[in-house]
Write a protein that binds this ligand. Structure first.
Ligand code: SF4
Length: 310
């Protein structure tokens, strides 16, 4: 029965020189995925690639699935951890920096956090000479350095376990008394969704982390992330239409980033955050005025900059 359903839903997906078929059906990996719907990528050469995805509510669409996940050979009924181990062997992550701090913005402001900054962004190359060419309007004002791996604890981590272990070791070194507080990791960038995948989410969970992501919302996310913060950018259509927190840098000066354009989406917290830079005073006044006029929105300020938290 399921086989028929999968074949009916099959869609081609290009992957390098290979052609896979995406089929969406009930999970074969339910022990770990809690019975979620998953996408199975069929590769005639290797069997099926199982990727947690397909929670349509999380804005994940099958063709946008991360390809790196766990291989399951057709008909193989081994437990998921076997597949997960295979996935770990195939993964590598490039990290700009990994550091311990307090979250400075939004609903989790003030919370002790490991910040995991991925290298790279899909809206700007990060090079000064490309500011006018970025796919998002934020390329003109972005002040985040997400290029390369030269930050604190930056580098190429060979697999999900290595990266999650490094994050957990950093938490353990930094926290004197951890009772009563769950370890918290904020995956950011650049654009973390370019690299953050099911294997890393599983590895971070295995190290007891509560996982937050700060994303521009233009790429589908692994479904098991605990806290999703979307920060929409001018000219960049978002696909993650639900989550915990929508944090809008304001004003961005474009029609598509006016707050009312997002109010039909499903978020629990709504923040406007003044655009940093030369016009910050005017931006702050605009945000204050907006929160007074449309009370669903609240003011978020970058407290780490105000009080000088690194
Ligand atoms: S999405 Fe974020 S990190 Fe990427 S260019 Fe825009 S502001 Fe910078």
């Amino acid at each position: 029965m399921r086989q028929n359903q999968e074949e009916t839903n099959a869609q081609p997906l290009a992957l390098g020189r290979r052609s896979l078929h995406v089929v969406v059906g009930p999970s074969l990996c339910s022990p770990a995925f809690g019975g979620d719907v998953v996408a199975l990528l069929r590769d005639p050469m290797r069997g099926s690639l199982c990727s947690r995805a397909a929670a349509p509510a999380a804005g994940v669409s099958a063709p946008a699935l991360p390809v790196r996940a766990c291989w399951r050979i057709s008909g193989d009924s081994r437990p998921l951890d076997t597949c997960y181990a295979a996935a770990q062997a195939a993964m590598a992550y490039t990290i700009k920096e990994l550091f311990f701090t307090l979250q400075g913005e939004g609903a989790q402001s003030g919370r002790a956090s490991v910040f995991l900054r991925f290298t790279g962004c899909n809206l700007w190359s990060g090079r000064e000479e490309d500011r006018e060419k970025g796919a998002g309007g934020c390329a003109r004002w972005c002040d985040t350095d997400f290029v390369g791996t030269n930050g604190v604890n930056g580098g190429r981590y060979e697999d999900a376990t290595a990266l999650a272990s490094a994050a957990r070791a950093l938490w353990d070194r930094s926290v004197r008394e951890g009772r009563g507080a769950r370890p918290y990791v904020v995956c950011t960038g650049g654009e973390p969704a370019l690299q953050l995948d099911d294997a890393l989410v599983a590895a971070l969970h295995a190290h007891e982390f509560e996982i937050a992501v700060e994303t521009n919302g233009t790429r589908a996310l692994p479904a098991a992330i605990d806290w999703v913060c979307v920060s929409p950018k001018a000219g960049a259509k978002i696909v993650v239409e639900r989550g915990d927190e929508l944090k809008l840098v304001y004003p961005q000066g474009t029609e598509d980033t006016e707050p009312e354009r997002f109010e039909h989406l499903s978020f629990r917290h709504w923040f406007v955050q003044p655009m940093d830079g030369r016009a910050q005073k005017e931006s702050t006044l605009a945000c204050v005025e907006l929160c007074r006029a449309r009370p669903r929105w609240r003011l978020s300020v970058q407290t780490h900059k105000l009080v000088g938290i690194p």
